[in-house]
Design a protein. Structure first.
Length: 369
């Protein structure tokens, strides 16, 4: 993503703030008056930047994703009417701020809006890093727990993310260099054991190896494994815990492999699973049985020309009830219209354990900066 000088951003913010502070609303101003007031603000702020070199220490990034979707559901039970829906939505709007405060200390804040949801602080954390002195780091704040990988060339997230991704206020300590990253994370989860106390006792550990650049010309490779002491903390599963508590914490594990060749051929494979059963009735989709949810995702992508990417996906899982499909396959075509703007079309077909079938078509226009 490109970075932009913070002075330009401050100019925009100052202009907006001043306009909203006026005794008359912007909507009551004529085009000439509005243009003239903006020009005056630009003149006042021209040449002004943050003191102490801060303009070079702060960068902005973001993304806007607009999607059109169509979904068709065929129920196996003839007594249930089939469904089809379509929608146009602002799927994602995010703005990130990164600050290199001093040597070895940085901060990150990400504001996120997703379709029909309020704007939230999706991430906000401080990182203390040894950088070139010692390859150790400490990150504290609201962050995505290092569990799973979830890399994809599709518009939609893989099913592995649904039972693996967890966003928590946490502390992560690790060792990282160009080849190896090992970390451990501690946080206080939201899904406690029945009758248990509310403590900082949930943890995860992750390790990933990446083939050094140019070690094997044209080949990129990374593999990793991760563990979490309570997989019910995953954002997707957390909302499916019927009572908000479980009798016993259920641990989870994940494994992934990604590979690329000549930046034209790409392969991703991932597996995420609970390591024990949830008790009957603890999951909203278990049908009164003991469930041990697991998912996997396999993708192959190919760039026949620089701006065009063709991708195929096969994913599935077990003990997912009507929460997620038992099998999904499909394809995605994406084209880079400009350097930071892409257009994608995705088709997925899935089948649930009860033999219901779903087909989803999604078109996405995305801008990253």
């Amino acid at each position: 993503m490109k970075t932009y000088a913070i002075s330009r951003s401050l100019l925009c913010l100052a202009m907006i703030g001043t306009l909203f502070a006026l005794p008359v609303s912007a909507g009551q101003l004529s085009n000439f008056e509005l243009t003239e007031r903006v020009r005056q603000l630009e003149e006042k702020l021209k040449g002004k930047t943050l003191p102490g070199g801060w303009a070079e220490r702060i960068t902005l990034s973001g993304a806007v994703e607009v999607e059109a979707g169509f979904e068709d559901i065929d129920h196996d039970d003839p007594a249930i009417k089939d469904e089809d829906t379509s929608d146009l939505s602002l799927a994602t709007a995010e703005l990130g701020v990164d600050a290199d405060v001093v040597d070895h200390v940085s901060g990150h804040v990400l504001f996120l809006y997703e379709d029909e949801e309020d704007v939230v602080v999706d991430e906000a954390f401080i990182t203390i890093s040894g950088e070139d002195v010692v390859p150790l780091y400490l990150t504290a704040g609201k962050l995505y727990v290092p569990f799973g990988n979830f890399e994809t060339h599709f518009v939609s997230d893989p099913m592995t993310l649904e039972i693996g991704e967890a966003r928590e206020t946490a502390v992560t300590a690790g060792f990282g260099n160009d080849m190896l990253d090992i970390s451990a994370t501690l946080f206080n989860g939201d899904v406690d054991e029945i009758g248990g106390d509310d403590h900082i006792e949930t943890w995860s550990a992750a390790a990933a190896f990446a083939l050094p650049e140019n070690r094997l010309p044209g080949l990129g490779l990374s593999v990793g494994a991760s563990y979490i002491s309570n997989i019910a903390e995953a954002d997707g599963l957390e909302g499916e815990i019927t009572a908000g508590e479980v009798e016993d914490h259920v641990a989870g594990a994940g494994f992934f492999l990604t590979a690329s060749y000549m930046e034209r051929f790409f392969f991703q494979a991932e597996y995420i699973s609970a390591l024990d059963d949830f008790k009957a009735g603890e999951l909203s989709f278990d049908g009164g049985e003991r469930f041990e949810p697991e998912t996997w995702n396999i993708e192959f992508s190919f760039k026949p020309v620089e701006k065009l990417t063709l991708a195929a996906r096969y994913e599935g899982g077990n003990d997912l009830g009507d929460f997620l499909p038992e099998t999904v396959f499909g394809g995605c075509v994406s084209y880079d219209l400009f350097e930071t703007t892409s257009l994608a079309l995705e088709l997925l077909q899935g089948e649930f354990e009860n033999d219901d079938e779903a087909r989803v078509v999604t078109a996405q226009l995305a801008l990253e900066f």
